[in-house]
Design a protein around this ligand. Structure first.
Ligand SMILES: [Zn+2]
Length: 74
């Protein structure tokens, strides 16, 4: 399980949707369901790349055990 962090644009590569405050979790994969839009969490995915997630993404990722609940990381 990866840690999660309050969304921080500085963690994301400039020019990416995540750096612009968008949810890269849904931007990459629209089949993951409805996106609530604004990024609230930053996390590293299974490949070690920084991703940003909206509240819906955060909920799903925590439920799947992919990332720790926000605020319980390192
Ligand atoms: Zn989203």
């Amino acid at each position: 399980m990866n840690d999660s962090y309050p969304y921080d644009p500085d963690l994301h590569e400039s020019g990416t949707p995540a750096a612009a405050g968008r949810c890269s979790y849904h931007d990459d994969r629209p089949d993951r369901g409805a996106c609530t839009g604004e990024a609230v969490v930053s996390f590293e995915d299974a490949d070690g790349r920084w991703q940003a997630g909206c509240t819906a993404a955060l909920e799903q990722l925590v439920e799947n055990g992919a990332i720790a609940p926000l605020g319980q990381g390192a």
